[in-house]
Design a protein around this ligand. Structure first.
Ligand code: PMP
Length: 423
């Protein structure tokens, strides 16, 4: 039965049973309307209310400032790799165009030439590669814009014997001048690597100006405080800490979208040899339509909204309360691992251990394959499931998302201790 299982899968993640039961009811007959939420029009009052409440609750829980817009999009976290690159390049071109046209004494063709030169010589997309997902995002940018436009600021694999598990020291980062974006993944789901905090080197100066920072927070959003004003864009798929698969959330600084900054026309971009995004990945378009440019899954927004309402009710101090609990749960599990070094080896370096995805090897007895098989068999028998590591890296991964209760984490920690002790 559902109550007997604690599911540590990496995403989709567990959702609270009461949320699912409410959603199940809404799927059949929403608020006695005789129609389910997946049937109601996305143009209805109902849909608008659900979107606006979810936006407001997310802003409250995460303390998102007023000069940021929240978008609900589709295409998953992977869609975010493309949309961030497309939109930030568009914004870079728009700003460059404005800068060039504000300089006096040049005719149209001279201005066009200057813009061309700027794109050819100066346009760079910066990626900090600390794990599989930031590597994929960098690869997507190279696919869309060409390898020569992508600058790898740091590659954790190169300085760690070909394996992820560290974050290279900021002093070694090679940032471009005026990059269209500086991208990083705050929590690497596959590799169990999490940034301890915002990289100091990217912090805005005293004038409030800094690089255009974009972060993928798919697997740690809503689990700790985020100083949103450091970021131009934060995006995340909903299916780990927010809700069900099907929506991608984008938190974007309003100054990067119309009417303040308009994306360049398709014609301009074509002349510059640059791609333009499909309309459903264009932030301007989605923002101007309150996320309803096309048919959005309101049912998925509803589930996210219910998760947020529950979080607001459970934590009077909002995300800070969740942060304390997340830390406590992660500590329980890491302590159990660290106190049995003969049985377990945590994969990433201690300084970058993820609170959300706890990646380790079972070394007990010396035969790792056999030990991990046994570990998975015994844990499953106890209802601790979803612990198998990502297929690309193997090992064990305990995903400690917000829906894992303190009791769930305690149960896993106790199993880790018991398993280490038995021969
Ligand atoms: N970024 C991160 C950090 C992820 O963990 C994932 C998925 N696990 C993705 C992006 C890709 O998300 P999706 O499968 O929704 O495209």
């Amino acid at each position: 039965a559902r109550e007997d299982i604690t599911y540590f899968g990496a995403g989709p993640a567990l959702l609270p049973t009461e949320t699912l039961e409410r959603a199940a009811q809404a799927l059949v007959n929403f608020n006695e309307t005789g129609l389910g939420l997946a049937e109601h029009s996305h143009r209805s009052e109902i849909a608008n209310t659900i979107i606006n409440e979810a936006k407001a609750d997310l802003a409250t829980f995460l303390d998102i400032p007023d000069d940021y817009e929240i978008l609900f999009m589709q295409g998953g976290g992977t869609g975010g790799f493309a949309s961030t690159a497309y939109n930030m390049v568009g914004t870079w071109v728009a700003n460059k165009q404005a800068e060039i046209s504000s300089q006096p004494g040049q005719n149209n063709s001279e201005q066009t030439q200057l813009l061309n030169d700027a794109v050819n010589n100066d346009l760079k997309l910066d990626y900090i590669v600390t794990g599989s997902w930031s590597a994929k995002a960098a690869a997507e940018a190279a696919r869309l814009f060409g390898q020569d436009k992508v600058n790898i600021v740091a590659d954790a694999k190169l300085s760690n014997n070909g394996k992820f598990g560290i974050i290279p020291d900021e002093s070694t980062w090679k940032l471009s001048k005026n990059a269209a974006l500086v991208y990083y993944c705050d929590n690497e789901t596959v590799d169990g690597v999490e940034f301890a905090g915002f990289p100091k080197i990217l912090a805005p100066g005293p004038d409030g100006k800094g690089p255009i920072v974009v972060a993928d927070m798919s697997s740690n959003i809503l689990s700790r405080k985020v100083d949103v004003k450091n970021f131009s864009v934060i995006f995340f798929g909903a299916q780990k800490n927010l809700g069900s698969t099907g929506i991608t959330v984008v938190i974007i600084k309003k100054s990067l979208i119309a009417p303040i900054t308009k994306q360049p026309s398709a014609q301009t971009m074509r002349q510059l040899g640059l791609p333009i995004p499909p309309i459903i990945l264009q932030y301007d378009t989605i923002a101007q339509n309150n996320s309803l440019y096309n048919t959005l899954s309101i049912f998925d927004v509803y589930i996210a909204g219910q998760v947020l309402k529950r979080a607001l009710a459970n934590f009077p101090d909002n995300v800070s309360g969740q942060e304390k609990l997340s830390k406590q749960k992660a500590q329980l599990i890491y302590n159990a691992l660290d106190s049995h070094p003969d049985a377990y080896r945590v994969v990433p370096d201690k300084s970058v251990r993820s609170r959300m995805n706890i990646c380790f090897r079972v070394t007990k007895g010396g035969d790792i394959d056999a030990a991990e098989k046994d570990f998975l068999k015994q844990s499953t028998a106890l209802g601790l499931t979803g612990l198998k590591g990502h297929r690309s890296v193997g090992g064990i991964r305990a995903s400690n998302y917000n829906s894992i209760t303190l009791e769930g984490a305690q149960k896993l920690a106790q199993f880790l201790i018991d398993f280490a002790k038995t021969s």
